[in-house]
Design a protein around this ligand. Structure first.
Ligand SMILES: [Zn+2]
Ligand SMILES: [Zn+2]
Length: 382
């Protein structure tokens, strides 16, 4: 029976919310799930296991090739673990000893060879560097600076998002960069990737963050405008354009809801704390973010730039649902009968927007519909 007998794997396992690790031996993933669920009191049905370090989901095959004492996280059905960064998120919330932590992380980083660990320590340091109490440009010039020194670092990020196979991209990278440099698009490219500093007209962090939010909301309005091109019937198109103009007027009077990102605003108007901390509100179909994602773009330049990967996600989707529903309503009724306030709220306000970390931004269809009772003004409903 030699060879058929499976070796016992010894692993260290913990649950999502407890940091205490337990040693467990098992011959299969199935057995490990069984033992782990019992030990950590996680419901067995739907439970799954991720690598502690990077969140990779454990499969039966992968299980057999685990090194001894691999660190794992046992998760209940709807829980997710995206790796060590989750713990950094928790460190972020504890302000104490941050100087000690910075020194410790720097020490580790200077001896660390593994690119992955270097990256993780870098992330840690990034989050600990906090000058969020400074508000004016003259008190934190660095925050307003561009990322000139690490253009290649940003190209690495570009590379991650590129559809090209890595090898090919690596070869074209240098070529592309020097060509970009000679074209006007470099300016655009630089501003998109945060390489050029913040415009001189912004004297405070809050003023810039307010503008940042406004720009996002303006972007949604642009999408509303451009949808007109897809409407064939001239009369309907006219009604749609009229409606869009009403939305713009409302947006202008609300100052494009820039208040959401402005920490100087009254509490009920902003999404952040007074210090500038934003917390992920969880995927559109979840009540909260179990990974405790949070970020303070006011804290340092890198966080400000990273904040651009956080999204205001429409629960009821703007392009797939809200705008087509508006057009459909206009087909049946005059624009004056449409409950525009409802559509305004869906398109541009917190009532239908959630601020989410990129991990909690689900790309698939949301399958949520507009509330039929709210589409038309009271009494005008069909
Ligand atoms: Zn999240
Ligand atoms: Zn989305």
């Amino acid at each position: 029976m030699f060879g058929l007998q499976r070796k016992k794997q010894v692993v260290k396992i913990r649950s999502l919310n407890e940091t205490k690790k337990y040693g467990v031996a098992a011959t299969s993933l199935k057995e490990l799930l069984k033992k782990g669920s019992k030990l950590l009191q996680v419901p067995l049905v739907g439970s799954h296991i991720s690598m502690y370090e990077d969140g990779t989901e454990l499969t039966e095959d992968y299980f057999r090739s685990l090194p001894d004492n691999a660190e794992l996280v046992l998760l209940a059905m709807d829980e997710r673990w995206s790796g060590f960064v989750c713990d950094i998120g928790r460190l972020l919330d504890t302000d104490r000893n941050s100087d000690l932590l910075i020194d410790a992380a720097k020490g580790l980083l200077s001896n660390e060879r593994s690119p992955k660990r270097r990256r993780l320590l870098g992330d840690l340091l990034l989050h600990l560097k906090d000058s969020s109490e400074a508000e004016n440009r003259e008190d934190d010039e660095d925050w307003f600076q561009g990322n000139k020194s690490s253009i290649l670092g940003w190209i690495e990020i570009l590379q991650e998002t590129m559809w090209q196979p890595k090898e090919r991209w690596r070869k074209t990278r240098t070529f592309l960069f020097f060509n970009l440099k000679q074209t006007v698009s470099l300016r655009l490219y630089r501003s998109i990737f945060g390489l050029s500093g913040i415009d001189d007209r912004f004297k405070t962090k809050s003023a810039y963050m307010k503008y940042n939010c406004e720009s996002r909301i303006r972007g949604y309005m642009k999408e509303v405008h451009s949808y007109a091109q897809t409407i064939q019937k001239p009369k309907l198109k006219d009604e749609y354009k009229k409606t869009a103009e009403c939305l713009v007027m409302q947006l202008k009077s609300d100052k494009y809801n820039g208040c959401y990102f402005n920490r100087k605003e009254k509490e009920q108007n902003r999404l952040c704390t007074q210090e500038g901390w934003f917390s992920c509100q969880g995927a559109f179909d979840h009540d909260e973010c179990k990974s405790l994602h949070s970020i303070n773009p006011y804290g340092n330049r890198e966080s400000r730039i990273l904040f651009s990967t956080w999204n205001l996600d429409h629960g009821i989707e703007k392009k797939r649902t809200v705008i087509p529903t508006l057009v459909e309503a206009l087909q049946k009724h005059k624009s004056s009968n449409i409950n525009l306030d409802y559509f305004y709220k869906l398109l541009f306000t917190r009532e239908n927007l959630k601020l989410v970390h990129i991990v909690c931004h689900k790309k698939g269809a949301h399958d949520l519909l507009c509330d039929k009772r709210k589409i038309y003004k009271q009494g005008k409903r069909k």
